[in-house]
Design a protein around this ligand. Structure first.
Ligand code: TXA
Ligand code: MG
Length: 355
């Protein structure tokens, strides 16, 4: 067991001394968790195979699921990617730094373990002063999956990181809570038209406006288990975002959802389960039973996204056995929220109909 150093920093103007301490660990092949605008990442030198292997180990992550490589300057992409198309340049100019990960054909400098043996690489430039300063001071591209144990909800605060990884990593840069709350959108540029493999902080609608032609991978938008021949993103086939409690998602017209949630709470309580209700600002007062928490307003899906992972973890801390969650709209960042909730439930989705 290592001693994990907690380095508290100002998210806008991080203390360079502390960034240098963290960068020192990265340069020596160590592991440092840091905030991005989406969730906390667990970083290692992307070109150091041994360090990246340590990263998989610390997270208990399957070796076939590659991390995203984070850069602080556009020129770094040209080292990592075999070819950077005009479409890629347009997207990087428009959305970087920001929550958009692009999949390129990889160059030969990238160790096989960093890309889990694939011939492609996922790259993004995070929009966070702490992340950018860490990458710059380390002097290398940083491979960073979300800084949680594999399968758990992604961490949106340093406390969440420590819940999962205290004693398993060298340091965490604590820059407070993250802004977006769900991970970046993963866009595959090695296919034509480009395809969204994971919905995230940049919405499908916005990408469609810029690109014209872009598709959504069926697994990414599935509201039930779907079988496809080929899994394009390794992360799709692994269990994800799941708290310890079982999750049930109730989808449909709002009043039908509320009455179905109430029914399910009664059903589980009758079986002596401790039940959590993941509600929204509009419905939170409808529930009188169970441990009730609100994600925020349905009119403000950004706040719903920001609160999602933290609340899933909070239910675990309260010892809830089952979480009954209301579905929200799949517009904008809502698609990412529903993708994470559905996956967390293992696709245990109840369609609420009529009253
Ligand atoms: O917002 C984020 O993206 C956060 C922060 C830390 O940057 N990172 C993150 O990383 O969510 P991670 O490793 O938890 O998720 C990376 C996703 C996985 O679903 C993985 O399968 C996919 O990206 N991925 C990575 N490399 C890929 C590749 N070459 N082709 C297709 N998918 C890839
Ligand atoms: Mg992850």
């Amino acid at each position: 067991m290592k001693k994990t150093l907690v380095l508290r920093v100002d998210p806008q103007k991080p203390d360079l001394e502390k960034i240098r301490i963290a960068a020192g660990f990265i340069k020596k092949g160590g592991l440092v968790a840091f905030p991005t605008e989406t969730v906390y990442g667990l970083g290692a030198d992307a070109l150091n195979a041994k360090a990246v292997l340590g990263l998989f180990k610390a997270k208990k992550r399957p070796l076939d699921n590659p991390p995203i490589v984070h850069v602080s300057a556009l020129k770094d992409v040209h080292r990592l990617a075999e070819e950077v198309s005009s479409t890629a340049l347009k997207l990087m100019e428009r959305f970087w730094p920001g929550p958009l990960t692009l999949i390129f054909k990889r160059s030969s400098v990238v160790p096989s373990v960093t890309v889990a043996g694939l011939d492609t690489i996922a790259v993004r430039m995070p929009k966070h002063e702490v992340a950018l300063a860490l990458i710059r001071e380390s002097g290398c591209a940083i491979a960073a999956p979300s800084a949680n144990l594999a399968g758990k909800p992604s961490p949106t605060s340093a406390t969440h990181v420590l819940e999962d990884l205290d004693g398993r990593i060298d340091a965490v840069l604590d820059g407070g809570s993250t802004e977006v709350g769900v991970e970046s959108t993963v866009l595959d540029l090695t296919v034509d038209p480009p395809q969204v493999l994971r919905p995230g902080g940049i919405s499908y609608e916005v990408l469609k406006k810029i690109l014209g032609r872009v598709t959504l991978n069926p697994v990414a938008v599935a509201d039930r288990v779907v079988c496809v021949g080929e899994v394009r993103s390794p992360g799709m086939k692994h269990k994800h975002y799941a708290p310890r409690a079982d999750v049930v998602v109730v989808e449909g017209e709002l009043s039908a959802v509320v009455s179905k949630v109430k029914k399910l709470v009664r059903f589980y309580e009758a079986r002596r389960k401790r039940v959590g209700v993941l509600a929204t600002a509009e419905t939170v007062d409808c529930y009188k039973a169970g441990v009730v928490k609100s994600l925020g307003s349905r009119e403000d899906l950004a706040s719903v996204a920001r609160n999602l992972f933290g609340l899933l973890r909070a239910f675990d801390l309260e010892g809830v056995d089952v979480i009954v969650a209301e579905g929200v709209s799949t517009e904008g960042v809502g698609l990412a929220v529903m993708n994470r909730l559905r996956k967390a439930s293992g696709y245990h989705i109840v369609k609420a109909e009529g009253l």
